[in-house]
Design a protein around this ligand. Structure first.
Ligand SMILES: Cc1cc2nc3c(=O)[nH]c(=O)nc-3n(C[C@H](O)[C@H](O)[C@H](O)COP(=O)(O)O)c2cc1C
Length: 347
């Protein structure tokens, strides 16, 4: 693998985007995983505020990009504070993926990630996503086509294999490296596991031993200590966090601290939590408008309040409300009551 592809040449393209060396940017860092329907611009900005060093868009259909469907292009929405950004694309045709990659590279992304891990039926039935774990030859052609089409780094996100009987992450890692990928992201579950069971970090370690390009480990990081364990057990260069970041962007701060030898507090106070919820909602409203934000922010409200005293009742109430002002007032009342009960407990 020559070092050439590791260097992004955005400067030469003159759009002022981030110029970086892959390993310098990710080494020893926590990255936010691509999450469909979740990792939009506001969510990424919030994660970055708490120390996340690299974010990805959710997976974007290469087909949709080629057709220049406005809904698909919306997924590429970004801003200067949202750097460095990886745009994840999926598809099963090398030429089409190359076209989509060119389109993405022209829309302010610093890196392209190819999805080879999505197990969702709608995706695998088209031969894309995790289905490519079953066809390493085609996977290699897709990676090479995308690498040759753009002058920004290309990464590949894979599973450990399709099923326990066909674990082939090491083979896929080598193929990705030979095709010119700048790094490989390994989610240590098989495709047929979906998101259940445990991620096998042993597979991440095997890939790390087999390739020279950076390896990003993913799966089951719930606490800062898990990130540290994954790094020491697998030797991975960076870790990627998915579900545990939902309602808990503070996790990135905790990981950052621990990676730097500090095991400080990372849980927010009630006031910090409420302030962040309101800020996140405001960002969603500003970027997508009140109507869409009112619909899409509900899930974040549930994640942000999960595990807090009386959150079940709060969610039930809010679930029946449609007016965002009404929901915000209820949020205020709920946090006031929480603060009051906390004070009473302390006195
Ligand atoms: C709701 C949801 C949406 C996801 N969307 C994507 C996606 O768009 N692209 C992708 O590569 N992986 C996607 N994933 C997988 C995650 O990126 C990650 O690999 C997986 O959740 C394991 O990491 P975790 O244990 O830290 O959550 C998704 C997972 C979930 C739960």
């Amino acid at each position: 693998m020559d070092g050439k592809k590791l260097i992004a040449k955005r400067k030469a393209m003159g759009d002022g985007r981030f110029v970086f060396n892959m390993i310098d940017v990710i080494q020893g860092k926590a990255l936010l995983a691509p999450l469909a329907g979740i990792t939009n611009l506001p969510f990424r900005l919030i994660a970055r505020e708490f120390g996340c060093r690299f974010c990805f868009t959710e997976m974007i259909s290469a087909n949709g990009l080629i057709r220049e469907s406005s809904k698909t292009i919306e997924y590429l929405k970004t801003c200067p504070e949202d750097q460095p950004l990886g745009a994840q694309i999926f598809g099963a045709d090398p030429a089409l993926m190359a076209e989509a990659a060119k389109f993405v590279a022209g829309h302010h992304s610093d890196l392209i990630d190819i999805n080879m891990g999505c197990p969702v039926r709608k995706v695998v039935k088209t031969g894309a996503g995790a289905m490519l774990m079953k066809d390493p030859l085609l996977a290699g052609k897709i990676i090479a086509a995308v690498v040759n089409a753009v002058d920004i780094p290309v990464t590949v996100k894979i599973r450990s294999g399709w099923s326990p009987e066909s674990i082939n992450a090491v083979e896929m890692g080598r193929i990705a490296e030979d095709a010119g990928a700048a790094a490989i992201i390994v989610h240590g579950r098989t495709a047929d596991q979906g998101f259940s069971g445990h991620a096998d970090w042993g597979v991440i370690a095997q890939v790390k031993r087999a390739v020279k390009i950076p390896v990003i480990g993913n799966g089951d990081i719930r606490e800062p200590a898990d990130a540290l364990s994954m790094r020491s057990e697998t030797g991975c260069d960076a870790v990627m966090v998915g579900r545990a970041a939902l309602g808990n962007p503070w996790l990135f701060r905790g990981i950052d601290q621990l990676f730097n030898g500090v095991s400080g507090r990372y849980h927010p106070s009630l006031h910090e939590r409420q302030t962040l919820i309101e800020k996140h909602w405001e960002m969603e409203t500003q970027i997508y408008g009140r109507r869409i934000a009112g619909r899409t922010f509900r899930k974040h409200l549930l994640w942000y309040t999960k595990g807090l005293t009386g959150s079940g009742r709060f969610r039930e109430k809010v679930g029946r409300m449609t007016d965002s002002r009404e929901i915000l007032s209820e949020l205020d009342r709920y946090f006031e009551a929480l603060a009051k009960s906390q004070t009473e407990l302390m006195t």
